[in-house]
Each structure stands twice: as structure tokens, then as C-alpha cells.
Design a binder for this molecule. Sequence first.
Ligand SMILES: Nc1nc2c(ncn2[C@@H]2O[C@H](COP(=O)(O)OP(=O)(O)O)[C@@H](O)[C@H]2O)c(=O)[nH]1
Ligand SMILES: [Mg+2]
Length: 443
Amino acid sequence: MAAQSPRIRVRPGPRGLLLPLLLSAAAWPLGWAQGDEFRPGQWGAAAEGAAGAARGRRYLLYDVNPPEGFNLRRDVYIRVASLVKTLLRSEEWVLVLPPWGRLYHWQSPDIHQVRIPWAEFFDLPSLARNIPVIEYEQFMAESGGPFIEQVYVLQSYAEGWKEGTWEEKIDQRPCIDQLLYSRDKHEYYRGWFWGYEETRGLSVSCLSVQGSASIVAPVLLKNTSARSVMLDRAENLLHDHYGGKEYWDTRRSMVFAKHLRVVGDDFRSKYLNSTDAADKTIYHEDWTKMKVKLGTSLGGPYLAVHLRRKDFVWGHREDVPSLQGAVKTIRSLMETHKLDRVFVATDAVRKECEELKKLLPEMVRFEPTWEELELYKDGGIAIIDQWICAHARVFIGTSVSTFSFRIHEEREILGLDPKTTYNRFCGDQEQQCEQPTHWKIAY
Ligand SMILES: Nc1nc2c(ncn2[C@@H]2O[C@H](COP(=O)(O)OP(=O)(O)O)[C@@H](O)[C@H]2O)c(=O)[nH]1
Ligand SMILES: [Mg+2]
């Protein structure tokens, strides 16, 4: 299955373009022009001005099953970060942040939403306080071009597992599904690499895996010497320790990009009479210094609602309310908590939004102009919505929506009373409407 790894050399070309050069069977010692030798890693280090920073380290890349949404992807990041921490105990590794794009829900027309760097949504210095991370473009620059030496497609075991005999295991196995990578005429693997069409894989094989993220570590440390390794379908890995300190460290490091927080804060103060000082939601730019006692934050004087619609209602799920049902709950919560403002975050289609507005005329939404949408993109608007929901006095979300879960976590970080956070809508006919679980931060 695996292709022979051709050797690749790269040099900065005219105007900084990277020109890959293939040397068939020749080994490294062949000098480049005038004996200069460029290996993956050298050029980037020089460009950074941090000599040696990039040399020697290995690169971990990953991707997630295309249909998965933004907020599950954020969860997969936590799992992979945990693997990186394990790797770092033995070797120098850096996580290459998978560019955002081509997400099913990001359908705003006329807006190019592919190859989006993480810095558009998250604060990179904050991420880097947890594990070493770089953007994909930096990876290309410092590793020697758009090549990934080894791609492992993670899959389950063809035979499944027998009940009661759960064990953690990982094995190289024939690929079960048809590979989404195909060889080009140079024997490179072509496929979806976050929209970077020039990116190629040198070798692709499949790993059957059943277990938590760090189970991959021995494979990466012992079974391959590839400097860049991509784990495709990384959602097949489980959390090393869901809800533990390491989980929360990574989660807390996923600070939203400042420009999005600023937009959310402006909106709060303008339309919701909400400021950090009055709401006692003080935020430290350095997440490692942030540890708020639960319940000491008050939150802004509004109820925030995350009302997930679209595929959640199309599936006729019984845990999702009708609009009338949702509005009834909203009104009752506003009354109980003596709140006269309500902020609504929703992915509802326009027709439903109009209906909702009729039922709840006082509702406030963040409605981006086309320019704002183009600037922040669907992912940025989602984050602004989440940020505003996170700062409310009381929040209610939608059953098993990862979008709502990420708001729970954000509120936990901000130190709001759990009673005001772990609430969800019930379906109109739902018999047992179990409320979300409170996950406490382990500091
Ligand atoms: N702006 C905004 N987008 C939303 C909202 N609810 C859902 N979405 C969009 O729909 C996607 C939902 O998918 P996902 O993140 O997988 O969350 P889940 O499907 O609810 O678990 C989000 O990533 C957003 O793009 C919302 O309240 N506001
Ligand atoms: Mg989803």
C-alpha cells in the first residue's frame, strides 16, 4: 500500500516561492548550489530568524471526517493535543493546526471559506502556552514544502469488538473503506489537504485503532521515522482523560481570537447592557492565570439561548422543541430570573427566524452585515454568538449540541454559577428531559 518515499529537497525560489525538487534515488549529501544544502526545516528556521528552532522537530498533522462540524472539531483538537503532550515526553514535536474550511454548515454564499488559518478564530499565543503549534503555511515553509511524508488513515477494526472485551489496541491493517487519496503520475498521493491542492502525501496507510489518543504515540515514535505525519480521521481517537486537568488545560488554551471577543463585547454593551465590570466577568488574557471561583461571576442582565435547528429538526428528534415550545420555556425563564432581555443564537433558516421573531418580538440577535460575515466568516460569527451566550446571567442550550457544550465550558471558565449554565430545551413530547452534565474544571 505504502508508496516508496521519494526524497524531496526544497529551496526558496524566485520571490520566496518554494520549489520542490525531486531527486530520484539520490541521498542528501549531494550539495545544492555552491554546496548550500537545503533540507526540510532549514529554510523556515532561517526565515523565522530563530536558527535551529525548526530543525529536528517532527510535525504532527491531522484531519477530521468531512461531515463533522466546527464544535466537534474543537473537541478533536483536545484529543490530539493530548497525544502531542505524550510525544513531547520523548521527542520534539509540533502540532500543525489543520486549516479550517469546507464545513457543511458554513454555507454563506459568495464567501470563500477554505484554507482559513486558526488565528482567524483562536488566539495562537494562548494555544502555544499549552503545546507547540504552528499554522499549516508555516509548516510548508519550514518543513520544506507541501509534502506530508506519512499519512495514516485511522479506522476502526473490521471485525468490530466483542462486547465486554474492550481493550485498547492499534494495528496497521488493510484500509477498510476506499481511500480518499489517489496517486498522481509521480506516485504522490493526492487528496483533500484542507484545500491546499499542491500538498501531496508520500505514503498512505491505514491504522485500525481502538483507544485513546496517546495509543498512537508508540507508532509515531517507533514505527515511522517520517518527519511529518498526518492522522486522518482523527475523530476515531478517544480522549486520554475526558474532563481531567490535561483536558481542561487544552480547553482553556483555546481562547477565542481577540478581534472576535471585542465584537462580542461591543455588542453586549450596546444591546444587552452588559460589561465585564458590572457583570463581574473579568477575563485574563493569559489563561494560565485565570481561575475563577464558580458563582462569583454574575453575567450580563440577559437570558441567552442557543436554539439549534436545521439538521436537528429535520431528523424529527424528540429532544428538540417546536418554536412555540422553545418560546414558552424562554418566557418562563425570563420571568423566573427577572430578566427582560433575551439573546438568541440560532442556525434557524430565515423562515423560522421570522416565525421566532413574531413569537418573541423582544429577542436580540447578532446579525452580521455582509461585510462582517465576509470578515469573520461563519466560524467567527458562531464564536461571537458563543461568546455572547457565555456572558449571560442565564443560559439555555439545545440537547446534545456540541455548539451548546462549548458554551457550557466557556461559562465554566468564566466562573458562572453552574445552575445558570447546564440547562437545555426539552422536546414538546419528551418524557424524561435529562439536563446536561456539569463538568467541573480541573486546574
Ligand atoms: N452563528 C451561529 N451558528 C450556528 C448556531 N448553531 C449552529 N450553528 C452553525 O452550525 C454548526 C453546528 O455544527 P456543530 O458545530 O457541529 O454543532 P452541533 O451540530 O450543534 O453539535 C456550527 O458550527 C455553526 O456553523 C448559532 O447559534 N449561531
Ligand atoms: Mg454537528
